[in-house]
Design a protein around this ligand. Structure first.
Ligand code: DP6
Length: 321
């Protein structure tokens, strides 16, 4: 038997940045995301005599393979299963060369394919907890549309829940890639460093508040309010990293923040976001996407690659004999 899973990436509108327990990946605050249709990971997994990991058609033996097999052994203990070996073949439909991270879709797909192959009956809640153990943001990719990840005080309490899997909000994301760069500080390290910031307590409180406000904005179908909350939260995350002595932002990321503001001043809804890298994302309405893309290409004199995404579905898994 061979099992397959397809999971989409997500963009956090309220960011997960800080862990209470690193091993269990228990977040310091709740987060809220939009699962995206354009970027995903497809994973094929089967039991095997030896561990093998193929990524985008290439056999991996280094750090990436280590992380995959250490995660699979975490899953075996999590589900109280005996040791086993696996053949994992993953394809990332995420433009990695453009500097996009794929850990959310990758670990969610891995957890779902594992559960199928081991014939486990798992609820979506359990699958979210299991995905979280691979990479925090993967907990949210279990569901489609708008998703909330609860912080929780222990492992069984920290999972994602769907807010609106099929929202009627015409929200779109325009990713602006300024080229791939070697991440100077990994998310894990960045979160660790950020915990020493004198502003960390405020950051947690702001995220809790932002999640509540964002849920209300989604309920009210208010793109403008959701955009404002997301931009403010992204700015706060980057202010937090700076207050801990490092930053992911480049002059291009900051130019994109100004651009969002300029576009708003012209009366078009456009909001900025940025994760643990310098590439930025602009949130807009579907009908404004072309206009905003043209503005971005002009602002960066062509030195930008644009990728569009809108709301996407939750994870899917199946088996074949
Ligand atoms: C900035 O999920 O990659 O994208 O749990 O250490 O694997 P680990 O972190 P990861 O962090 C994502 C950070 C972020 C914000 C977010 O997606 O919420």
């Amino acid at each position: 038997m061979t099992s397959f899973a397809l999971a989409h990436t997500n963009l956090a509108l309220v960011k997960y940045w800080g862990k209470e327990d690193e091993k269990l990946r228990l977040p310091s605050a709740p987060s809220l995301s939009l699962t995206l249709d354009a970027f995903y990971t497809k994973t094929k997994l089967s039991l095997s005599k030896e561990d093998r990991f193929v990524l985008d058609g290439k056999e991996e033996k280094g750090k990436e393979a280590q992380r995959v097999f250490s995660y699979l052994s975490t899953l075996l203990s999590f589900f109280a299963l005996p040791p086993s070996h696996f053949f994992v073949d993953s394809q990332n439909f995420v433009p990695k060369s453009a500097g996009f991270a794929s850990s959310a879709s990758a670990f969610c797909a891995l957890a779902a394919a594992f559960a199928k192959e081991m014939k486990l009956t798992v609820s979506k809640r359990e699958l979210s907890i299991a995905s979280r153990l691979g990479s925090g943001s993967a907990a949210r990719s279990v569901f489609g549309g708008f998703v909330l990840w609860k912080e929780g005080r222990e492992s069984g309490e920290s999972f994602a829940v769907p807010i609106e899997e099929k929202s009627s909000m015409p929200i779109c994301i325009l990713y602006l890639s300024f080229g791939a760069e070697k991440k100077k500080v990994s998310s894990t390290e960045g979160m660790r460093l950020s915990k020493s910031s004198p502003f960390f307590t405020s950051w947690r409180q702001e995220c809790r508040k932002a999640c509540k406000e964002a849920q209300k904005a989604i309920e009210d179908n208010s793109f403008e309010r959701l955009g404002q909350i997301s931009e403010k939260n992204a700015c706060q995350m980057h202010a937090l990293t700076l207050s801990s002595g490092f930053s992911y932002l480049s002059p291009h990321s900051l130019r994109a923040l100004d651009l969002a503001k300029e576009i708003r001043e012209e009366g078009v809804g456009c909001y900025w976001s940025c994760d643990a890298g310098s590439n930025a994302a602009l949130l807009c309405r579907k009908e404004d996407l072309n206009f905003i893309q043209k503005r971005a290409e002009k602002a960066f004199s062509g030195a930008v690659s644009c990728f569009c995404a809108s709301a996407g579905p939750g994870v899917e898994a199946w088996s074949e004999d």
